[in-house]
Design a protein around this ligand. Structure first.
Ligand code: NAP
Length: 458
């Protein structure tokens, strides 16, 4: 007979990753009818994943989600283990021994590739690198972005491309009271970039910006959005897409594009150009990036299923820096099945599968489960669904017997010389960042090096 769960011997779950889906999974577990305890493991010393290091510094409202997560973390049944890399510092097998279940919520940490010649030339960067750099992510602290050129190109027309372009377009005054990393503000202050081209492979009816994000380009201090009206001509399928009742968002975006055909320059020195139906086919340059070769596309297919096809006509756009913002990708965790084509952990309703067979004890939620789509709140329902699957398996999980949880893993971490960061340690880092920000009128000045953060704790 399987032992009953109690407050002192609860269902022990390890959550891997401390972004929105990790906290929503934690919340769902702690609110469930079963006595449960959650230990959250995070590779960085700091929690909150993309809310800390992805959400743009000039979007502070989106960061308010952190207040919800901090409240979840107050539960006595929750523990945080920052600075622990699962797969390296602790193996998945060790976690399976220490816990009844493990939920991977590690997000999508890398970028999709364009797969074209010249992609790795100096001056060609991924959006991930740039976003991580201006947000003070330790992995990207030492990246260098040469903004001494006149023209920057951003490939892709989703909200990450919008963030990257907007940060390039803003003045220092528009950014200096945000939590942007100091090293990034210093480089952006010297930027010579005047022309920003945002390139979409499909048309204006298929751009993935949300209207709220796109609208901001009309309100910048020193930059105007520009669109050649010819670019907004639509084929039949695209017109049908915009007329669709369900597509109010697409119509709003298109109306904003129309308004950008008439933006008054008003003496603003920077311009952001939106251009459509063009795919990069090669990045050109001798020692570093000098231009991107684009192929003109035509769209074909039914409404909402249109694909871009090359026309065989090409153009060249000179540029000194380029950002590939064509979507994120998950990275594999050693010891866990991985779908390399989709960049996710294969699963059925959040239960990790190997081929068709479920892998006992392993679950997945968020971007590493479904791919990099949706806004922060989308992850709540996703994590709740995974936790429902897990609770549905409670009888099998309980039959594994008592699990020692962090008692066992903290022993292993001590043995391996890993200085893990508890939630109260994080509170010290958090407090110190906020204090450092005060004299500059910033909500915080982030620490951008792991050693610096650990140095605050001992
Ligand atoms: P996304 O919305 O999927 O946009 C990716 C863009 O890259 C699309 O325009 C896509 O075009 C294009 N693309 C993909 N492959 C390409 C290729 N081979 N060549 C040229 N273009 C290519 O992804 P994202 O911008 O990375 O955003 C990820 C998620 O985070 C989204 O759900 C987004 O809304 C969310 N997010 C939200 C906010 C916010 O709320 N403020 C901020 C940032 C991110 P096709 O449409 O043709 O595939």
């Amino acid at each position: 007979m399987s032992p009953e769960l109690t407050e002192s011997e609860p269902l022990r779950v390890a959550v891997i990753g401390s972004g929105p889906s990790g906290f929503y999974a934690t919340e769902a577990l702690l609110k469930s009818d079963l006595p449960a305890a959650v230990d959250m493991y995070e590779r960085l010393p700091t929690p909150y994943g993309l809310v800390r290091s992805g959400v743009a510094p000039d979007h502070p409202k989106l960061k308010q989600a952190i207040e919800v997560y901090a409240r979840i973390a107050e539960s006595p049944a929750f523990r945080f283990f920052g600075n622990v890399n699962v797969g390296e510092d602790l193996s998945v097998e060790e976690l399976k021994q220490a816990y009844h279940a493990v939920i991977f919520t590690s997000g999508a940490q890398t970028d999709r590739k364009l797969g074209i010649a010249g992609e790795d030339l100096p001056g060609s960067h991924t959006a991930t690198e740039f976003v991580g750099w201006y947000n003070g992510h330790p992995d990207f602290r030492d990246r260098e972005f040469d903004l001494s050129c006149d023209t920057a190109v951003v490939i892709g027309q989703g909200n990450v491309a919008a963030d990257v372009s907007r940060i390039l377009a803003k003045t220092v005054d528009e950014l200096k009271h945000t939590d942007i990393a100091e090293h990034a503000l210093e480089v952006l202050a010297e930027s010579k970039v005047r022309e920003i081209w945002v390139v979409g492979r499909r048309g204006p009816a298929q751009a993935k910006f949300t209207s709220k994000e796109l609208k901001e380009f009309g309100d910048l201090a020193d930059c105007v959005p520009v669109i050649d009206p010819v670019e907004l001509e639509l084929g039949e399928s695209s017109r049908a897409e915009l007329e669709d009742k369900q597509n109010a968002g697409g119509r709003k975006v298109f109306e904003l594009f129309q308004s950008f055909t008439q933006s008054p320059a008003a003496g603003k020195p920077r311009r952001i150009h939106f251009t459509f139906r063009k795919s990069p086919v090669e990045l050109l340059g001798r020692a570093r990036l000098e231009a991107v070769r684009l192929e003109h596309n035509r769209l074909s297919g039914e409404p909402f299923r249109q694909v871009a096809e090359g026309t065989g006509e090409f153009m060249q756009l000179d540029c000194g820096i380029l950002f590939r913002s064509i979507g994120y990708r998950g990275v594999p965790v050693p010891g866990v099945p991985f779908d390399d084509k989709r960049g996710v952990i294969p699963n059925t309703e959040g239960r990790v599968v190997d081929g068709r067979s479920p892998v006992p004890q392993l679950y997945v939620a968020g971007w590493i489960k479904r791919g990099p789509t949706g806004i922060i709140g989308t992850n709540r329902a996703d994590s709740v669904a995974t936790v429902q699957s897990l609770l549905g398996d409670a009888a099998a999980l309980k039959s594994l017997g008592q699990r020692s949880g962090a008692e066992e893993t903290s022993r292993l971490l001590h043995e391996r010389g890993i200085r893990y960061v508890s939630f109260s340690d994080w509170a010290k880092i958090d407090h110190s960042e906020i204090e450092r920000g005060k004299p500059k009128g910033k909500p915080r000045e982030k620490y951008t090096r792991t050693q610096e953060m650990l140095g605050l704790l001992d």
